[in-house]
Design a binder for this molecule. Structure first.
Ligand SMILES: [Zn+2]
Length: 499
């Protein structure tokens, strides 16, 4: 076969993980190993119980991407889970007492980690396919949000969280700025906790018709964070953790809000560098009041200046890029290349389901193609030092371990490392959009979608199996969503037209 390139043809090189030849070996081994599965296999038609019996779980014979360089990747290996935690990742684990889940047709990898999603908009999905940022603020925040009742927040958070699990997003930061009253806060947390997702709950401001959150009659932001800490977040050993979702504003006021977070040991998340508004050197002004710290995640960052980028880097802060919405709504270019040039590994986020799909495949492909396009443009423009192309593996790391870092959870999740909690997705590679698989990292980043998410575990619990959520009454969820939707349209006085 003659290739268009004399050497280094990309389709002949061993790629970041498995070469084609290696993979073919894997497939053969996988087929041979399948009949050897012990009794106790959870069969195709049997759903595993959501609450485990206390027996270990063995994910058997999968193509494992641990994303931990010390553990490595395997063409075929097993993952043993005992209680909440991963206890081993290697080939041929013997665990006679374990429930076995056949992973031979799957890529086994850490669950995706989203670092910024406004989950109170869960039942307003796809409401604004053509909306700009201004439309979003006017319609979603000032019309819908200002009129939300606590039951709306509960339904939306639950719906959005179950959507996360379904799509393989095992950890999500709920950027929750719907705290029109303390009851709204209780409702958001209830929805998250009921879903079983791992969530960083980021407590934020109320919504009002005017857009000024201080005018909300029952506003308790930010002081109520102390109650929330005591009432819901008094242990580190739980699935939900506490953040503060900071509004913008005059820097001295914002710094006082950050103090309320730090007083109760909550990390901080804030939108910066959004469109023209983002060119105010806000972070320089904040830094002049008090040096930036490593406990803060900066979202979007599209129009920050070079000094602000350096301040984030020097402080050890983290970055969340919501690439898809940034291109749709005029935030500015997703700053993946800028982050890399500054020495920052960004995390990824969905942001708003009102115009963005809820999965992470879209997020990965958005930053992947845009970063490459930027390097190509530099090269075509004749720049000598045009920068390096992002690799698919780096994008996968942004979507997992870098997300865990930004959510303050890198010691618990983000890689398949023995000792970490078992937040794991199994992605089918025997589906028509992927088969026959040639490169595992490539399959996830370039080819897969939510339809490949077969099995999801969070803290060792099986949350999705054989493509179905486990232990979820879908009729009830649909009813909750519909009722909230009807109520919210009426309250907001928005015409309820689906087409
Ligand atoms: Zn946002």
């Amino acid at each position: 076969m003659t290739h268009p390139f004399n050497s280094g043809c990309p389709c002949c090189l061993p790629r970041n993980g498995l070469s084609r030849r290696q993979f073919l070996r894997t497939t053969a081994a996988g087929v041979a190993a399948a009949p050897a599965l012990a009794a106790g296999v959870i069969g195709e038609a049997q759903a595993a119980p959501r609450a485990q019996s206390g027996r270990p779980i063995l994910l058997k014979g999968g193509c494992v991407l641990s994303l931990d360089r010390a553990v490595g990747d395997f063409e075929q290996a097993d993952v043993l889970i005992e209680g909440k935690k991963i206890s081993a990742v290697k080939p041929n684990i013997s665990a006679p007492n374990a429930q076995v889940i056949d992973a031979s047709k799957c890529i086994v990898m850490p669950g995706f980690v989203d670092t910024h999603r406004h989950m109170w908009q869960g039942f307003l999905r796809n409401v604004l396919p053509d909306g700009s940022l201004m439309d979003y603020i006017q319609v979603v925040q000032r019309k819908f949000g200002a009129n939300f009742v606590p039951d709306d927040v509960y339904a939306a958070d639950l719906l959005s969280a179950l959507g996360c699990i379904d799509a393989g997003v095992t950890t999500v930061l709920d950027w929750s700025h719907i705290h029109n009253s303390p009851e709204h806060s209780d409702a958001a947390i209830k929805g998250l906790q009921e879903s079983g997702v791992r969530a960083a709950f980021a407590y934020g401001t109320p919504q009002t018709v005017s857009g000024n959150w201080k005018e909300a009659p029952k506003n308790k932001f930010p002081g109520d964070i102390a109650r929330l800490r005591k009432q819901y977040f008094n242990s580190d050993d739980q699935l939900t953790t506490l953040f503060l979702a900071s509004p913008g504003g005059p820097p001295p006021e914002v710094m006082a809000i950050w103090k309320a977070a730090r007083d109760v040991g909550a990390r901080i998340t804030i939108h910066v560098g959004v469109g023209e508004f983002g060119r105010s050197a806000f972070l320089e002004k904040m830094h002049a009041i008090e040096p930036l710290k490593s406990d803060t995640t900066y979202i979007h960052c599209c129009t920050l200046n070079d000094t602000e980028w350096k301040l984030i880097k020097d402080s050890g802060g983290t970055v969340s890029i919501a690439g898809y919405v940034e291109t749709l709504m005029g935030h500015g270019n997703p700053p993946t290349q800028k982050a890399i040039d500054t020495g920052i590994r960004p995390s990824l986020s969905v942001d708003v389901e009102t115009s963005v799909p809820n999965d992470f495949f879209t997020q990965m492909r958005t930053v992947f193609s845009l970063q490459k396009n930027e390097v190509w443009a530099r090269r075509l423009g004749g720049e000598k030092d045009a920068g390096k192309f992002l690799t698919a593996r780096e994008v996968l790391e942004f979507a997992t371990i870098e997300g865990a870092r930004a959510n303050g959870l890198e010691k618990k999740v983000g890689t398949l490392t023995p000792g970490k909690e078992a937040d794991i997705v199994m992605l089918r590679h025997d589906r028509l959009n992927v088969m026959p698989m040639n490169n595992a990292v490539g399959a996830v980043v370039t080819s897969m979608g939510p339809q490949n998410v077969d099995t999801v575990l969070i803290a060792g619990k099986v949350m999705k199996r054989n493509g179905q959520l486990v232990g979820v009454d879908m009729n009830r969820i649909a009813r909750l969503g519909r009722q909230a939707q009807e109520r919210a349209y009426k309250a907001a006085n928005v015409p309820d037209k689906r087409v």
